[in-house]
Design a protein around this ligand. Structure first.
Ligand SMILES: Cc1cc2nc3c(=O)[nH]c(=O)nc-3n(C[C@H](O)[C@H](O)[C@H](O)COP(=O)(O)O)c2cc1C
Length: 172
């Protein structure tokens, strides 16, 4: 798949096979996290890969019982550090770790899809509960989760707003 095909065919995956990811492919996915851009190259991030079944189940429960999350063989946890992050100037964004970690997670998602590995962004969660479970302490905090693994089912394309609705030139 070329980049265009990866971007256009990616779907959120909510049903996973238990099959493990070969070591070499996993390494490449981890490099996609490492190579993401970050504001002022601060890299205010850490990533946890959860494979333990009991932890995965607890995490899924703490995501308002989205139990498909525990079906994935892996859950990627994106963790940011506001203290390390670049401090925004002249914008409403005070610390950029949320943006930085999000970019890295999205690179991961696209790199995974190229290998036939599905992901799903997870934002609906009790982040404090999951942080306590995984031993994440201030100033670190969870930005988002991403279960990943080979898809058991691939859902349909969710519609998108038209280009006319979202793009303008020169003025808002
Ligand atoms: C920041 C963010 C948080 C999300 N949180 C959840 C979630 O908690 N549970 C879920 O099933 N999907 C979640 N999604 C996935 C979206 O529902 C999905 O991306 C959207 O419906 C478009 O579908 P697609 O990814 O298949 O194109 C989230 C996506 C983003 C970007």
């Amino acid at each position: 798949m070329n980049l265009r095909e990866i971007i256009h065919s990616r779907r959120s995956i909510r049903a996973y096979k238990p099959d493990p990811i070969p070591e070499e492919d996993m390494k490449e996915l981890l490099l996609s996290l490492q190579n993401a851009p970050s504001a002022s190259n601060r890299q205010p991030w850490k990533f946890i890969i959860v494979t333990d079944n009991e932890l995965k189940n607890r995490i899924a429960e703490l995501c308002f019982r989205q139990m498909f999350i525990a079906e994935a063989p892996y859950i990627l946890v994106g963790v940011g550090n506001a203290t390390d992050a670049w401090r925004g100037k002249g914008t409403y964004v005070k610390n950029w770790e949320i943006v930085d970690v999000s970019i890295a997670l999205d690179h991961f998602s696209l790199a995974a899809w190229e290998k036939g590995i599905g992901t799903c962004w997870i934002g609906a969660m009790d982040d404090k509960g999951i942080a306590a479970l995984l031993g994440i302490e201030e100033p670190w905090h969870i930005i988002a989760l991403m279960p990943f693994g080979y898809p058991r089912e691939i859902g349909n394309h969710r519609g998108r707003k038209s280009l006319e609705q979202i793009i303008s030139y020169n003025h808002f």
